[in-house]
Design a protein around this ligand. Structure first.
Ligand code: NDP
Length: 446
């Protein structure tokens, strides 16, 4: 059955009315794919789009645990296994109060395309809970993680589904989750990635997403004869992705004018120094202080409640969370001469903001391509675990750079509009879609 794009999206929205983030992610993908789909009827005829937007399986479960005061708490846990046509489900776990089914479906949907782009055989999934680790003691976080994994264990496995971290799930949480998984399964497998170095983790996994974003940016700039050195970069976020993106930017000679968190923006007009970067990393370890505490350091000012998008910059790198950059922000960036926006976070830009960037024909790198370095090195962690060996840092970094180059090349191949413009949104969506859709066609209607 054929529809117009707007009818198709309307039908989807009516079906799951309370999932706006999921609708947004699907609309972004289908908007760029629709002309191709209309020319290639086999995808509609085989229900590929209908199957792509329906998770293969969704698990929702109770997570009961006891806080430090002896009170019983109950959170809601999820795993959305979206698509396994090209490999085992793979995608992070998010612990944040905003987590619900719509947020996880959007993340799992994006993950399917992203994982296809990595060149590795990985399907897409996402999971998590509406639990907030912020302000919780280590004991509380451990008990929560153990309760969460007690149920999740039934649904994951090294050839089935391999979760990793995301917002609110860092090395501490992965350690507790993996410990409980081992206890439950009486085994030692690679059913989780992002593990610590002493128990099967890969070198550079922690750094991989942020480094990968910068490697991707380098490739994009290269198409216009430019480099990273000397560029003024506004970064949002100060968690895993932002920290390591900033680290690599500083190594390559960029001037980083901001980092941010949920309270506001730390603005460094002359550029963040390595010492200031280290102060941010130390502050965000463990109990995650607010960047406000660093507002007094020399050369920095804290802008409470502000995002970095009104600051002057050549490159903007949103690395915090979804929908953190809207149309007004996009206009601010364009008015201030920003020439390149690269998404470290998943879906940080609204669809309206993306349209403005595409109309202005600036370099715009969508998250599903630019931030795929993290899942790529997770894939390399799975390979090392399966082979019972460990690659050194240079081997991993070389592979990561190769993968980011391949992803960039795939985007160029499918997204080049003319001599002067590469539409990376179209390129990433088309390249990711084609790989998954071909695998689905080959395997019949399942
Ligand atoms: P972290 O939890 O380490 O950091 C998240 C950062 O975003 C923190 O600085 C946090 O501030 C800030 N933040 C969260 N919510 C908001 C908000 N509503 N407004 C402003 N700032 C906010 O997460 P990650 O760095 O791992 O993830 C960041 C993004 O990157 C997410 O979109 C994630 O899905 C994506 N991503 C992560 C990958 C990974 O390997 N970790 C891989 C690919 C994508 P505060 O410190 O105040 O909480």
């Amino acid at each position: 059955m054929r529809h117009s794009l707007s009818d198709y999206l309307k039908k989807m929205q009516e079906r799951d009315a309370d999932q706006p983030e999921f609708h947004q992610a699907v609309a972004e993908v289908l908007d760029s794919l629709w002309p191709f789909l209309e020319e290639t009827p086999q995808y509609f005829e085989n229900g590929i789009i209908d199957r792509l937007i329906e998770p293969e399986r969704t698990v929702i479960f109770r997570v009961p645990w006891v806080d430090d005061d002896g009170e019983v708490r109950v959170n809601r846990g999820y795993r959305v296994q979206m698509n396994s046509a090209i490999g085992p489900y793979k995608g992070g776990l998010r612990f944040h109060p905003s987590v619900d089914l719509g947020v996880l479906k959007f993340l799992a949907f994006e993950q399917v395309f992203k994982n296809a782009l990595t060149t590795l055989p990985l399907g897409g999934a996402k999971g998590g809970a509406d639990f907030d680790p912020k302000g919780r003691s280590d004991g509380e976080v451990m008990r929560f993680c153990q309760a969460f994994m007690t149920e999740l264990t039934r649904h994951i496995g090294e050839d089935l589904d391999v979760p990793a971290g995301d917002i609110g799930v860092g090395p501490r949480e992965i350690g507790y989750l993996y410990g409980q998984y081992r206890r439950m399964t009486n085994g030692n497998t690679s059913a989780l990635t992002g593990k610590g170095q002493s128990y099967g983790g890969s070198l550079l996994r922690t750094e991989a997403t942020g480094y990968g974003v910068v490697y991707f940016t380098r490739e994009m700039l290269n198409t216009r004869g430019a480099g990273i050195e000397g560029q003024r970069v506004a970064v949002s976020g100060s968690g895993n992705v932002a920290q390591h993106a900033v680290c690599k930017l500083l190594q390559l000679g960029a001037i980083v004018v901001s980092m941010s968190d949920s309270n506001g923006t730390l603005h460094c007009p002359q550029g963040l120094s390595s010492d200031q970067w280290q102060a941010v990393v130390d502050l965000k370890k463990g109990s995650r202080g607010s960047l406000e505490e660093l507002g007094h350091i020399e050369g920095a000012e804290f802008l409470p409640g502000c995002s970095p998008w009104q600051l002057e910059c050549d490159i903007a790198m949103p690395c915090a969370t979804q929908n953190e950059l809207d149309e007004d922000d996009a206009r601010g960036l364009l008015d201030n001469g920003c020439q390149c926006v690269v998404e470290g976070a998943n879906m940080p830009s609204s669809n309206g903001a993306i349209s403005l960037f595409r109309e202005a024909r600036i370099l715009f790198g969508p998250g599903k391509a630019a931030n795929a370095g993290g899942v790529a090195v997770s894939g390399l962690e799975m390979s090392q675990n399966a082979m019972h060996l460990r690659w050194n840092e240079k081997e991993i970094d070389d592979r990561l750079q190769d993968i980011m180059q391949c992803i960039h090349q795939a985007c160029v191949q499918s997204g080049k509009q003319d001599e002067d413009y590469i539409d990376y949104v179209k390129g990433a969506n088309l390249a990711g879609f084609t790989k998954v859709a071909q695998a689905m066609l080959a395997q019949g209607v399942i």
